[in-house]
Write a protein of this length. Structure first.
Ligand code: GDP
Ligand code: ZN
Length: 311
């Protein structure tokens, strides 16, 4: 048979393709691919819609084409590396799981992630987990995050997976969507997947064991189908997303609140670092723009400027 399917797992050399007609088919790659102009190291990724075929009586199918991607995200590359690894494609939303303690999620980590979501035009949701552990100080941090991020327009959901708080809201958010789940190791991503889809319990355990055996150092994203409709893409071992291929537009375009006030800067090419009569700096000083966001901006800008020396 020949048909269209979605890649739900890919290890570079072979991919698992899901389609209504054939169920799950393991496929190898043949033919040429559109690479979206990227020096990508992996032609087929999780989330891709592909054309594939399988001969009667055979176990292994062939992917002949990758359909154009609605979007994709790449892995944060090392500064000197020229190739990009695409992590996943055709994503409806990014869900960033964060915790104030156990582990501490730093504001810059959150902002780096949100920049990615802006750059790729994928809506982002902040999921603040482990609220059962929070005392007064931690609650103040949660409130501050809400104040900063909701004001910009990001949805924030507080939850405790341990105490099953706010699960219905999380489920309705995930329903029928392809969601990329991200967050520091230990924040509760696997716990969430296992609660939403208990049947995957075994699978997630298998994956982490195969990682321990240590054959591959590269980790690949995997897509889990949800009974409620939709998919979660898990990104084990992936520390960050790339923001290196977005130099067409200045970085502050991906900080919506900076972008908004930047129309008031004296110089049209102002990058809001030390220019006179900068509306962004004035907004930081008056408290209209959060200092923490502005610091993240400066750090990411610094990183971007340093890395471009090597291009
Ligand atoms: P991952 O690395 O993001 O996949 O994190 P895990 O799902 O493995 O969770 C790390 C640890 O945090 C586990 O021991 C979980 O039981 C625990 N955990 C997850 N959610 C909560 C929560 O809401 N409250 C508390 N106290 N612990 C949690
Ligand atoms: Zn400015």
């Amino acid at each position: 048979m020949e048909g269209e399917g979605r890649v739900i797992k890919s290890t570079g050399s072979s991919s698992l393709v899901s389609s209504p007609e054939a169920g799950l088919t393991e496929c190898v790659i043949s033919g040429k691919y559109r690479l979206e102009g990227l020096r990508s190291t992996n032609p087929v990724v999780v989330g891709d819609w592909v054309m594939f075929s399988i001969q009667e009586g055979e176990k292994l199918g062939r992917i002949s084409d990758v359909l154009p991607r609605k979007n994709y995200i790449i892995r944060k590359s090392t500064k000197l590396s020229k190739s990009h690894q695409i992590i996943a494609s055709n994503i409806d939303q990014l869900m960033l799981m964060v915790t104030v303690v156990n582990p501490v999620t730093h504001a810059e980590f959150i902002d780096r992630y949100l920049v990615t979501s802006e750059a790729y035009n994928i809506p982002a949701i902040l999921l603040i987990n482990k609220t059962d552990l929070y005392g007064e100080t931690e609650i103040m941090t949660v409130e501050e995050w809400r104040r900063i991020y909701e004001e910009i327009g990001y949805v924030c959901i507080e939850c405790s997976l341990e105490k099953m708080v706010n699960l219905d809201l999380i489920k309705s958010t995930l329903k029928e969507k392809v969601t990329l789940l991200a967050g520091n190791s230990g924040v509760g991503k696997s716990t969430l997947i296992n609660i939403i889809e208990p049947s995957l319990n075994l699978k997630t355990r298998e994956i982490s064991q195969s990682h321990k055996s240590g054959k591959h150092t590269t980790t690949f994203a995997e897509m889990f189908e949800l009974g409620i409709g939709g998919f979660i893409i898990d990104t084990p071992g992936i520390r960050g997303f790339g923001i290196t291929d977005m130099e067409d537009e200045p970085l502050y375009h991906y900080f919506p609140e900076l972008f908004k006030v930047s129309t008031g800067c004296k110089y049209h090419n102002c990058i809001h670092v030390n220019e006179p009569e900068c509306a962004v700096i004035q907004s930081v000083e008056s408290g209209k723009i959060s200092l923490s966001r502005y610091k993240s901006y400066l750090n990411l800008l610094d990183e971007q400027q340093n890395s471009s020396k090597y291009r």
